[in-house]
Design a protein around this ligand. Structure first.
Ligand code: AR6
Length: 179
């Protein structure tokens, strides 16, 4: 069975098959974890993103694509786009955030990437409440792993800020996970 792990730190330093990027639909880089990934991986990532955008125009919210990880220890980057939080549409927010996690995992399976590190998608600039986002992230990942027990070895939640780390620690410590 795959394991779920929790670490506090910088996703660009993770030795995994794939790190997930909380990008925007343009895939042209930005701040937060997106800026950190492009900086750590170097220009090869933006080059690959430009080629993808030339073909698809933009990456819709909830979808995911794979590029090189450039100079990072990871083999690949899975770019996904979380929702910009809108409190008047909570169901739509949950669905879009769940799609971002699920489609990232689907891309991992499609590219035979067996260890995947996720940042806390949408909980920075995009304003998704951290506790609710963590519940969506954990339940979506857990469901996916139950359905694909032989295709993924590890999902690692990489929390950069103390708030998210504490929330994930509380939610995950009641589960059979490797903390
Ligand atoms: N490693 C892991 N997590 C990080 C790192 C890092 N190096 N740096 C920040 N975080 P955000 P979003 C965490 O704003 O809310 C960008 O400009 C951070 O603590 O990066 O999905 C894109 O281009 C937070 O918990 O992403 C988009 O325009 C989490 O990453 C937009 O921001 C997500 O925060 C996407 O917004």
């Amino acid at each position: 069975m795959p394991v779920i792990k929790l670490v506090k730190g910088d996703i660009t330093q993770q030795q995994v098959d794939a790190v997930v990027n909380a990008a925007n639909s343009s895939l042209m880089g930005g701040g937060g974890v997106d800026g950190a990934i492009h900086k750590a991986g170097g220009p090869a990532i933006l080059e690959a993103c430009k080629q993808i955008i030339a073909q698809i125009g933009h990456l819709p919210t909830g979808e995911a694509v794979v590029t090189t990880a450039g100079h990072m220890p990871a083999k690949k980057v899975i770019h996904t786009v979380g929702p910009i939080y809108n409190a008047t549409r909570p169901d739509e927010m949950r669905n879009l955030l769940a799609n971002a996690y699920r489609n990232s995992l689907q891309q991992a399976v499609a590219h035979n990437l067996r260890t995947i590190a996720f940042p806390n998608i949408s909980t920075g600039v995009y304003g998704y409440p951290k506790e609710e986002a963590a519940q969506v992230a954990i339940s979506t990942v857990r469901q996916f792993l139950q359905a694909h027990p032989d295709e993924i070895d590890e999902v690692r939640f990489v929390c950069f800020d103390e708030d998210n780390y504490r929330i994930y620690h509380t939610l995950l410590s009641s589960e059979e996970v490797n903390l």
